[in-house]
Unconditional design. Structure first.
Length: 181
């Protein structure tokens, strides 16, 4: 029994550590643009916003749902790179979030709703920071795609965990096995 608890603690430590690394990578990708914007530049943008809040009126934002998504689909005939970056990239980048939250959650009740809300709020955090700091464009389509990504991660996690339970031998699930001799 103690060996099982130790194995569980190591798994939780591994998942928790991987989650922290994942959040760092999200920050690096979304807000630091893979180092094209360094922390010093990010800090400069932050201070500029604090000292000159009126600059917010010069920021770009897409508040029309499906506007960038439809533009990406229309542009597919011209160039597939925007479609990949915007549609697929914004979805894929949040899939691990759904898996991590599901795996780290102690309570399974309402887990889908928790992941939906957390995905939406984390995406809103990143989009809001891009907008206020002037290092990106606030896009409601990104909110949608990121949230969908989190939910896809949760659904994938759910399918795997149900599949593992179904494929386990009856004795591993705690059921009595009957042997025929």
């Amino acid at each position: 029994m103690e060996q099982r608890a130790n194995k569980t603690n190591k798994w939780e430590l591994f998942i928790g550590s991987a989650f922290v690394v994942y959040l760092f990578l999200l920050f690096k990708i979304i807000l630091l643009k893979w180092n094209s914007i360094g922390l010093d530049a990010w800090w400069y943008h932050f201070k500029t916003f604090l000292y000159h809040p009126y600059l917010i009126y010069e920021r770009q934002a897409n508040l029309k749902l499906f506007d960038e998504i439809s533009r990406g689909i229309d542009g597919l005939a011209i160039s597939g790179s925007m479609l990949f970056t915007n549609l697929i990239g914004n979805t894929l980048i949040f899939i691990p979030l759904g898996v991590f939250i599901a795996e780290l959650s102690r309570s399974r009740g309402g887990l889908g709703i928790k992941i939906f809300v957390f995905s939406l709020l984390l995406s809103l955090f990143f989009e809001g920071n891009q907008f206020f700091l002037g290092i990106g464009i606030f896009d409601v389509d990104d909110l949608l795609l990121n949230t969908v990504g989190g939910m896809i991660g949760y659904i994938a996690w759910k399918m795997v965990t149900v599949g593992v339970r179904v494929l386990q031998p009856a004795t591993a699930r705690g059921l009595k096995s009957t042997s025929h001799t």
